[in-house]
Design a protein around this ligand. Structure first.
Ligand code: BGC
Length: 514
């Protein structure tokens, strides 16, 4: 292979690269960034349903919950704006932080962003574990959010840049895998800490977030920076040595040259934000906004944040509700493997469409059962058989999400943009995701109180809409080389007219450059 590259029959470039132990270890360490995000997503639901935690910080919610008059309204017993602010403040902080993080990641490298993110997250975990009042709780949450903002901005970019091209997809879904493992660990921790006598279990749950934070901080201290980032910051010699090390060969000239020109091309684009609003980028603009919006409007985070609250509402006891959250957490991890193994075989659209239908069916079934059993006044209870059936339906829903909108919500926006707008596209994806995560977290409990079982129909209606959207508006991107993505858009019945003919001839560069 001259220069470390060969071109196959279809004209696609393949660089010479071994999957080195070094690259696997660095990527595993970097993926711990997904772990801290997941731990956050999973921990708050269990904590906000712990009595001692409520007694200390949210006494009115606690009183409401205890006030069993015999006519209590199940739908509203957890409705408190303050309680939701505890959960959602993190995502608002992450949204704001991701803008700063993107500048920092570009100027000082991915590694430093991860290091800083891990450290700020660590501080947040300690303040939360030691909290004496609601202010400390919120400050801790905001710091965690800043940590997540930095991690989510830098980790996926780091993984994409380190990974050899043929493994890039798998390593992207590795990030989602780390998120789901983080959620599961959080659920398990909650299950255990809820059993602690003496009322300090919630401190353990919140404080243990320091563990993944420490792993991430110490890990990124030892991580090397990516060749792309080193080139961008003028360290060309170090960049070449690093590329040789991670590819396990000295034969990296061609890939190295491509990285250098990708970096030069990206530097020429002065206004990526103005660029992405041009007509020729309309499909990418629409998709990078709509995919994260739809991902959150599946309602998944109602389950991730509030599963224990929801299961309590449905009539499971304290223990059983946390246990059910553990079950859904386990299903979430296992079902993610399905996407790892099928996304390049069957394609993105099949997963999106199958997942969408499965989600709608389970949401409607849950809505109907809860509507029949609780009605609008929220009085009543579920028999064990019905409660188990509802748990089964929720697992079917989580599994469908975990092999469709979960991983694809991060994968698709990152693979559809040409280099000159990739950084802007990614920033839109992350910030829209965080914004709607915030909205759902903030509004869910009062939506449950007002819309009652109708909430499940509300999300189901969105899933119907997004499934139809995918059917008509998302071209299949499976095995389309990233730099030839314009061919897929040009061939599309609707988006084709936006793509000028000159956009489909040239070969761009495929290294993400943020
Ligand atoms: C989403 C999160 C969600 C998680 C569930 C991620 O892809 O962005 O909002 O909580 O999946 O596994």
């Amino acid at each position: 292979m001259a220069g470390g590259v060969y071109i196959d029959d279809t004209g696609v470039k393949h660089y010479e690269a071994r999957v080195t132990f070094f690259v696997l270890v660095t990527c595993m360490v970097a993926a711990t960034g997904g772990l801290i995000f997941g731990y956050d997503l999973g921990i708050s639901g269990g904590v906000t349903s712990m009595e001692e935690f409520l007694k200390l910080f949210f006494p009115s919610v606690y009183k409401n919950q205890k006030n069993k008059t015999g006519h209590e309204n199940n739908w509203c017993k957890f409705d408190s704006q303050l309680l939701t602010l505890f959960t959602s403040s993190l995502y608002l902080a992450a949204l704001v932080a991701s803008f700063f993080a993107s500048a920092m990641t570009r100027k000082f490298g991915r590694r430093l962003s991860m290091l800083l993110g891990g450290f700020i997250f660590f501080l947040g975990a300690i303040i939360n574990g030691a909290a004496r009042n609601i202010e400390m709780l919120i400050v801790g949450r905001v710091l965690l959010g800043v940590g997540v903002g930095f991690a989510n901005q830098s980790v996926p970019v780091y993984l994409s840049e380190m990974a050899p091209a043929k493994l890039r997809g798998a390593l992207n879904i590795g990030f989602q895998m780390a998120i789901t493992i983080g959620i599961l660990i959080a659920n398990l921790v909650n299950y255990g800490s809820n059993k602690i006598k003496g009322g300090w279990g919630w401190r353990l749950s919140l404080g243990l977030a320091a563990v993944p934070a420490t792993i991430m901080t110490v890990g990124s201290f030892f991580l090397p920076d990516t060749p792309n980032s080193l080139i961008d910051r003028g360290h060309t010699d170090r960049a070449k040595k690093m590329l040789q090390k991670i590819r396990g060969t000295n034969n990296v000239d061609e890939e190295f040259e491509d990285l250098v020109s990708a970096s030069e091309a990206a530097k020429e684009v002065k206004h990526p934000w103005r660029n992405i609003t041009k007509r020729r980028y309309r499909p990418q603009l629409a998709i990078t906004f709509l995919i994260p919006f739809f991902q959150q409007l599946t309602g998944i985070n109602v389950i991730m944040f509030y599963a224990p609250v929801l299961f309590k509402t449905i009539g499971f006891g304290d223990d059983a509700s946390l246990m059910s959250a553990v079950i859904t957490g386990g299903v979430n991890v296992l079902a993610t493997f399905v996407s790892v193994f099928s996304v390049d075989r069957f394609g993105r659209r099949v997963l999106f469409l199958e997942g969408g239908v499965q989600m709608v069916v389970s949401q409607i079934a849950v809505g109907v059962i809860l509507g029949l059993k609780f009605g609008t006044d929220g009085e009543g209870s579920l028999s064990k058989g019905y409660a188990d059936f509802v748990l089964f339906l929720i697992c079917a829903y989580v599994a469908a999400f975990a092999w469709s909108w979960g991983p694809l919500g991060w994968l698709v926006p990152s693979e559809i943009c040409p280099l000159e707008i990739r950084s802007a596209g990614q920033a839109i994806n992350v910030s829209v995701n965080m914004f709607f995560t915030f909205i759902i977290a903030q509004l869910f409990l009062s939506m449950l109180c007002h819309m009652k079982f109708g909430l499940f129909f509300f999300f189901a209606a969105f899933v119907v809409t997004m499934t139809i959207f995918i059917f008509y508006f998302l071209p299949e991107t499976k095995s389309v080389p990233i730099e030839e993505m314009n061919r897929a858009w040009k061939a599309h019945w609707f988006w084709g007219k936006y793509i000028p003919s000159d956009a489909v001839h040239g070969h761009g560069h495929c290294s993400p450059n943020v």
